[in-house]
Design a protein around this ligand. Structure first.
Ligand SMILES: Nc1nc2c(ncn2[C@@H]2O[C@H](COP(=O)(O)OP(=O)(O)OP(=O)(O)O)[C@@H](O)[C@H]2O)c(=O)[nH]1
Ligand SMILES: [Mg+2]
Length: 451
């Protein structure tokens, strides 16, 4: 923990500025050894200092060095940030000098790990930092900021406080049963109400996991149908770019074509597929197999039909036999229709054409409705975000449910209190009140080096 670590914190490449960071009890002394300018060991905390990084006497770069002394820093240890000119060789050279002078190369996320171990942030907030760094959409950013701001941590801490109080009351009741009658506050009903309240909050968190996966990973949408119905044209329109090749030759798309768009701030991972048909062409048949596989890995399938051709049994079978969410898009509605709509058997459809971009807004709105994207985007973003948190919240939820049952069954207060303690510990694990090294390693290994 007390080691001095360093890393390049900006992306390594050609850029105006790079930041090389160091933290630890001797971080300032180490940087001072390779700095020509003021004596950094004597400057005030939270100052930016102009000078040069030097190797023996040779100037390596002209830099600005931020000095931040413990404990008012990200890691709660002394911290130095060197703003150098960007570029691969200068940045690497400065890192090399820090390594030669006593720093060790930081592991991924090690700065944040120090911040956690030194009690500056909890685990939920730490994960929020990484979520923020990797966020691509507006809702991913809001979601990450909510964690980083400590809103989810507060919710969990409040629940733990309620559980602790409840446990205290139950223990009093167990130790001094006579006092129950005298103490108006301590009635079964009140205890039960508090426990049900906690249980409801936990259930809400468990249910939030679905929405948080949508925010974090986006929605996988595939565009599927016979050759030449206009799948690639639809992809290009939705992405607003000419990503996939469009021709009037059936079998143009042979491999998948992917792109992303944002709907209500949520990432939509769109996949255009090879038109599905029987074919002797080896390459095309592999593409067709891929198309069929993709259907089952999608959150939503857009089945495209050609308005100017009759519906085939293969198309109907595919639509009816697909169990994932689906939207039927009848394309080429600028042409005369040959579709027998009755055969669709009440499956809802959208009519449109890509020539005038008709029906595509309706298609987007249907996706927004189907996945409740408006609600997700206007919610409080107090969601749990990964399998670790989900399993711990589920554990707490089931134990609280169990203790409500035990209270109903008038089991001894001691048993109810024991169960509540288990839920208290499980919630504590989410914020890192208790942890083991493996869990920390797993969490921080996903971070960038230098964060
Ligand atoms: N009239 C009309 N033609 C369209 C429409 N949408 C696409 N097309 C034309 O239909 C042909 C096939 O379009 P694509 O988008 O390549 O069709 P696809 O389904 O991707 O075809 P494959 O990749 O072969 O499976 C092209 O000539 C398009 O210009 C439409 O709404 N109306
Ligand atoms: Mg195509």
């Amino acid at each position: 923990m007390n080691e001095n670590i360093c890393a390049i914190s900006t992306a390594l490449g050609v850029g105006a500025i790079s930041i090389i960071r160091a933290t630890g009890p001797e971080a300032i002394e180490i940087v001072n050894k390779i700095f020509k300018g003021k004596d950094l060991t004597k400057v005030d905390s939270h100052t930016i200092n102009y000078g040069f990084i030097v190797d023996s006497k040779e100037k390596v770069d002209e830099v600005l060095v931020s000095i931040m002394r413990a404990p008012r820093t990200f890691t709660k240890e002394d911290m130095v940030e060197i703003n150098s000119h960007g570029g691969i060789s200068t940045t690497n050279k400065i890192l090399e000098l820090l390594l030669e002078n006593g720093c060790r190369l930081a592991e991924p996320g090690e700065f944040t790990k120090k911040a956690f171990l030194n009690g500056r942030i909890d685990l939920v907030e730490a994960e929020g930092i990484n979520d923020l760094i990797i966020s691509e959409t507006e809702s991913q950013r809001k979601f990450a900021m909510n964690r980083l701001n400590g809103n989810l941590s507060r919710l969990i801490k409040d629940m733990r406080k309620d559980i602790m109080e409840l446990e205290g009351k139950l223990e009093v009741a167990f130790d001094y049963p006579d006092e129950i009658e005298d103490d108006e506050d301590l009635t079964y009903n009140e205890l039960k109400t508090t426990m049900i309240n906690i249980k409801n909050k936990l259930t809400k968190l468990v249910n939030s996991y679905k929405d948080s996966s949508i925010i974090k990973d986006g929605i996988n949408v595939s565009i599927v149908g016979k050759p030449n119905v206009g799948k690639s044209s639809i992809l290009n329109h939705l992405l607003d770019q000419d990503k996939a090749i469009v021709t009037d030759i059936a079998g143009t798309t042979r491999d998948i074509v992917e792109g992303t768009l944002s709907l209500n701030g949520i990432k939509i991972n769109l996949t255009d597929t090879a038109g599905i048909r029987e074919t002797d062409d080896l390459v095309e048949s592999i593409g067709v197999k891929k198309s069929l596989d993709i259907i089952n890995n999608s959150d939503l399938v857009i089945f495209v039909l050609n308005n100017s051709e009759e519906l085939t049994n293969e198309e109907l079978d595919l639509i009816h036999n697909t169990s994932v969410n689906k939207i039927v898009f009848i394309n080429k509605c600028d042409l005369d229709s040959k579709i027998n709509f009755e055969k669709l058997n009440n499956i809802p459809y959208i009519k449109g054409n890509t020539k005038d971009a008709n029906g595509l807004d309706e298609l987007k709105n249907r996706i927004i409705e189907m996945f409740n994207l408006e609600k997700i985007n206007s919610s409080d973003f107090n969601y749990i975000s990964n399998a670790r948190e989900l399993s711990l919240v589920k554990k707490a939820e089931s134990v609280v449910s169990e203790s409500i049952n035990n209270l109903n069954a008038t089991l001894p207060f001691e048993i109810v209190a024991d169960d509540l303690r288990i839920s208290y510990i499980a919630l504590g694990e989410i914020i890192g009140e208790t942890y083991n090294e493996d869990i920390l390693d797993e969490i921080f290994s996903k971070f960038c080096v230098g964060k």
